[in-house]
Each structure stands twice: as C-alpha cells, then as structure tokens.
Design a protein around this ligand. Structure first.
Ligand code: AMP
Length: 426
C-alpha cells in the first residue's frame, strides 16, 4: 500500500470546517458540544436515561473497558481501551475540563473541529465522542495505534534505513500538505505526535494546538510548538507566523529519523538558537530579511558562524537529500519549502526509493515498554521533561491569550478549503 496521495484522500465536504452548530454547543457546555461533535463523528445520540429532557446523552464511556493509561498530552490523558460490543482496541482521550468555567476549552473545540472535518490516511481517525457519568467528562475515541514514534525511536539501538525514513517522511508530508490545503496549521509536530501502525502507516495526532490560519498576515499565540521542533521565527517571538512553522518541524523530524537522535535538543530558547546557528550558519538580515524586526531579535546574541555543516553532519545522505533538508530548515519562512513542493522533491524518486508501508519493519508495541530501552531511557526522559515543560507553558499562554481563546474558535466564515489558485503556487 502506497501512502494515498493527499489530493485523493477523502474529506467529508458536508461539514463546514467552522461548524457553527458545534460552536454554539461549545458555549452551552461540554456534553452539549460533545453531542454536536458526535453527530458529526458518527455517534447516535440517545435519550436521557433519567427521563429529564436535557442535554443529548451519547454512547456512554461504560461501553469501553479501559485497559491502561498509554499517554498524556497537553490537553488530555490517553487510555488504551476495548469496545465491549465489537472487541476492537481503541484509544480513549479524556478531555481536561478542570477549571473551565466557560464550557468546553477552546483547545478541545478546535481539536474536535479539525478531527471532524479532516480525514486522511495519515491523520489519526476520530471514531466517536462519548461521555462519562459526570456532565463534564468527555472522551474522544480514536483508532488505536500501537506505536508512538517518540518512544519507538528512543528505544531503537540504530536508526531506520534510509528507504524507511523516506517512507515515513513522505507520509508525514502528505498529512501536513492535506492540513495546509484546508487552512489548518498543526503547531505541534513532533515525534511523540506521530503514531505508527503495524501496517507501516504513520498517523499525525494531537490537534490541541491546531488552528485555522488566514491567507493574509495575522497574529497568533507566540511560543507554540514543542521546543526541539520550534521554528526560529517562533523562537524569536514572531506572532504573525505562517504554516511554514510546521515544515521546520518536519525538517527536524527528517534529521532525527536519519540519525536516531534529536537534531536540536536545546533546553532553552537561547540554546536552541545557538544549536541552529552552529549547524546551519547564523541567520542575518541578508539571508532572512525582516529577522531583525522580530520581537526577540535583540534578546539573543547569536554566534558569528558563517558555515552550513549539514553535508558534514549527514555524510551518507545524497545531495538531493541534503538539499531537501536544507530547504525544510531554511531560516526565512518565506523561502522555506512547502509541504506540496517537498512531496515533489527528487529525493523521493531517487534510490533508495521510499519503502512501501507494508514492508516497513514491525516492533513490539511502544506503549507496552515502560520507557525507552537499550540504554536510551535517559534520552526518553529528557524528551518527556521537555514536552511536559512545553505543555505547562502552552496551557498558561492559552489561558492568557485572547486571540487563541476566541480568535477562530467559534466560527469564521472565511476559513474554508484553500483556493486552488493559491495551492498551485506551491
Ligand atoms: P495526545 O494528547 O494526542 O498528544 O496523546 C498523548 C500520547 O498518547 C501520544 O504521544 C501517544 O503516545 C498516545 N496516543 C495518543 N493517541 C493515540 C492513539 N490513537 N493510539 C495510541 N496511542 C495514542
């Protein structure tokens, strides 16, 4: 099975990406919003058991037997569970509602809306929305994927073969191209948000930070994306960034898969910029016009380092592989390659060709390992610490940032499928 080209993937067209129905329910309360979402996700609302006509009661979470906790993202805890009726394994994500006084958190409304409208073989599939015994307990039911790339890579003694890396990168770029075509930027692409199936399919998950973007300049919450995968413009405080931030993250993942180690494992924003300058050469106004005007441009003192060491760092990689990596890791977001352009890059048509997903290696489930094995547990701990620190920061910022609380959350008729004319420019 070849990864389905993003263009041929099905995305139900009968739901507007900014479904006012769902938005109205979100204001009415979590279970009501979940009700609206469940209609869209295929769930059948049932009459309320206690006879009081009120919020629609959906499939109860009691229909699922929780097996174990398998992960925790910024906005919810994830459990492995079994559908008691069909026996199917699923992933249950419990949405965090704590301290929410205004109904469902905006991040959950966004996550639901993106999942509701975007269907692609490389995006994790939302099966339904279910409610628990309390009005504020809402669970998203996802297809279950046995691996999380963060845990998997941290447990592998040696990197993937290059043909396997190509297969994974191609699938990731297909997912990103599909989202960008629909005006969605993910804003937290990282290894731990890439799930992997026994059939060799990669699935992008966690849309808690995803949001619709505009074709004109717009400001968004600063400081998004987990530190190791954060683009330089975000590190320098840009608020009017674009979907190009997702492509920087793809570049970091490409490099990490090739060498089995994170490319920029900085602990602070300053360390991140130092690592970038050390590997790629220091950015300046000549190669990145507008850089000096970014809010934090004066805050960081970058080393004077004029050389790009990518070729030296990846000696086995072909010239076109280095070229693709360079274009993903381009400082100036305006010049950074787009997902569609990257998919057409000659790197994918030269030998070794991308491995077919069904011929990808299989592994024991990463969710069954306590943490990374093979002496790389320390690296996995470091990854988790960095991710948790980011999660705490992001939650704080979301609570404070009015744009992200109300910006695109409750309906904006401008956001719709990206016009063909713009996509053809890619
Ligand atoms: P999230 O909150 O979506 O970032 O999920 C947190 C973690 O839960 C991920 O890094 C995965 O390890 C795990 N996870 C999330 N979704 C799934 C899924 N559909 N199947 C298996 N594991 C998942």
């Amino acid at each position: 099975m070849q990864p389905t080209p993003a263009s041929s993937a099905k995305c139900p067209s009968n739901h507007h990406p900014l479904d006012p129905h769902l938005a109205a329910h979100a204001e009415a309360g979590p279970a009501a919003a979940a009700g609206a979402a469940a209609h869209s996700a295929g769930g059948e609302p049932k009459p309320d058991g206690d006879g009081e006509a009120s919020l629609p009661v959906l499939d109860p979470v009691a229909d699922y037997e929780k097996i174990k906790r398998i992960g925790e993202g910024t906005f919810g805890i994830v459990y492995q569970a079994r559908d008691k009726r069909s026996g199917e394994l699923v992933a249950l994500k419990k949405l965090r509602m704590e301290r929410e006084r205004d109904g469902m958190p905006v991040t959950s409304v966004r996550e639901l809306r993106v999942l509701q409208t975007c269907r692609h073989p490389n995006l994790v599939e939302l099966k339904r929305v279910v409610t628990g015994p309390r009005l504020d307990s809402v669970f998203l039911v996802f297809e279950y994927c046995p691996h999380d790339m963060g845990k998997l890579v941290d447990s592998m003694p040696k990197p993937f073969h290059e043909s396997e890396v190509k297969c994974l990168l191609q699938q990731l770029l297909s997912a990103v191209a599909y989202l960008h075509d629909r005006w969605v930027m993910h804003r937290d692409i990282k290894l731990s948000n890439l799930l992997f199936t026994h059939q060799g399919c990669l699935k992008l998950c966690d849309y808690g930070l995803a949001r619709y973007f505009q074709p004109w300049e717009e400001t968004y919450t600063p400081g998004v994306v987990t530190l190791w995968y954060r683009a330089p413009e975000v590190l320098l405080g840009a608020e009017s960034y674009t979907e190009a931030i997702d492509l920087w993250s793809c570049g970091c993942i490409f490099a990490e898969l090739l060498r089995n180690d994170p490319l920029f494992p900085g602990r602070t924003e300053a360390a991140m910029l130092d690592l970038m300058a050390g590997l790629l050469g220091s950015p300046n106004e000549r190669i990145w016009p507008g850089m000096a005007a970014l809010p934090h441009a004066d805050k960081f003192q970058l080393p004077a380092q004029p050389y790009n060491y990518l070729r030296k760092e990846f000696p086995q990689l072909s010239d076109s592989g280095v070229e693709l990596l360079n274009r993903l890791l381009t400082f100036d977001p305006e010049k950074r390659i787009t997902a569609r352009q990257a998919l057409r890059h000659p790197y994918f048509t030269e030998r070794p060709l991308p491995r077919l997903p069904e011929y990808m290696p299989t592994f024991p489930s990463a969710h069954d390992a306590a943490s990374g094995g093979n002496g790389r547990a320390a690296q996995h701990r470091q990854r988790r610490e960095m991710e948790e620190a980011h999660g705490r920061g992001v939650k704080r910022r979301y609570q404070m940032d009015e744009r992200d609380r109300f910006g695109d959350a409750f309906g904006d008729a401008r956001a719709r499928r990206r016009p063909e004319v713009l996509r053809r420019l890619d």
